[in-house]
Design a protein around this ligand. Structure first.
Ligand code: GDP
Ligand code: ZN
Length: 292
């Protein structure tokens, strides 16, 4: 039988099998045969040991599409980052951190601004103008007024999506609106993120019906990912790419060098000021992170 590991806790793997439910499994077979540690997100072959009590053994891990470092999961198709368009105002620095981490790990991102019932058309255009030119998919939803929920559902369909966003932006309200059946307590996702800061982080995937999975992205504010250097940062800003060939200096950091294509584009209004400012902040932060 095939399923997906949705949770792993001290040697037990919880495997969701569509239409049947969740099996508590050990992974003896897979350690023996493939010598790799299962990850949350893995699609696996299981042998059922006890159908009544839903117990089994993971026999094989199917080939991974990708493997993320942060969060430590596999087979992620998409990242969804949720902020409120207002109340609270979006934290652009936090948003850019997330975008960079996902860019670095080559995961496509949808940016969702929720609480769009609270803002004007003008405000929406302002937000769009920051991220659309960088190539991101941007949607505006309202969990409260039921706006664009179908669009959101459509994006999640058939995928495993890692969901991030600070608390209070309406993540749980949105998820409750788009999932049939399972009800999540308001605040549940953010509580988990909070708890994650103090205890061992467990990634957990939640099945949304039969054709989509979502999971929390714990601790997404940290840029401290092995191998991620300040020199890599500009490559995580897709809208910089077209301008970098005009930089005079090789290895230009786009901060202090003269004749910089990126800074020229900024001066001409072709790169968003907000995005650039966050680039500089994150660059300096990466410079500070102690490298071992
Ligand atoms: P979470 O912490 O991100 O999971 O946010 P919640 O779902 O708990 O929502 C936080 C607060 O925002 C609650 O008081 C919700 O009623 C409110 N809220 C959620 N979505 C919307 C929305 O689309 N519009 C407005 N105006 N309020 C919302
Ligand atoms: Zn430059």
């Amino acid at each position: 039988m095939q399923g997906k590991i949705v949770k792993g806790i001290s040697g037990f793997y919880y495997v969701h099998v569509v239409g049947t439910g969740i099996y508590e499994c050990k992974a003896k077979g897979v350690f023996r045969n493939q010598k790799i540690k299962p990850l949350v997100g893995d699609n696996v072959e299981i042998a059922v040991i006890d159908e009544e009590n839903k117990k089994g053994n993971v026999e094989a891990i199917l080939p991974r599409k990708n493997e993320l470092i942060r969060p430590a999961v596999s087979n992620i198709d998409m990242a969804l980052v949720i902020f409120a368009a207002e109340k609270p105002d979006p934290n652009f620095n936090l948003l850019d951190r997330f975008l960079c981490m996902m860019e670095y790990q080559k995961v496509p991102v949808t940016i969702c601004f929720n609480k769009c019932d609270l803002v004007t058309e003008e405000k929406k255009q302002e937000l769009e103008a920051i991220y659309k030119p960088a190539g991101y998919d941007v949607i505006f939803t309202s969990a409260k007024a039921g706006i664009h929920l179908e669009d959101l559902k459509e994006r999640l369909k058939g995928k495993t999506t890692t969901v991030a966003g600070p608390s209070g932006v309406g993540k749980s309200s949105l998820i409750n609106q788009i999932q049939d059946g399972i009800y999540m307590e308001t605040g549940a996702i953010s509580e988990k993120i909070e708890r994650g800061k103090h205890t061992t982080r467990h990634s957990e995937i939640i099945p949304l019906g039969d054709d989509a999975y979502i999971m929390d992205t714990p601790g997404f504010s940290s840029m401290d990912v092995p191998g991620f250097e300040k020199e890599d940062l500009w490559t995580c800003y897709p809208e910089f790419l077209a301008h970098e060939p005009y930089c005079k200096f090789q290895g230009c950091s786009h901060i202090n060098e003269p004749n910089c294509g990126v800074k020229d584009a900024l001066a001409e209004g072709n790169i968003s000021q907000i995005r650039y400012e966050n680039y500089v902040l994150l660059y300096n932060e990466l410079k500070q992170i102690k490298k071992y």
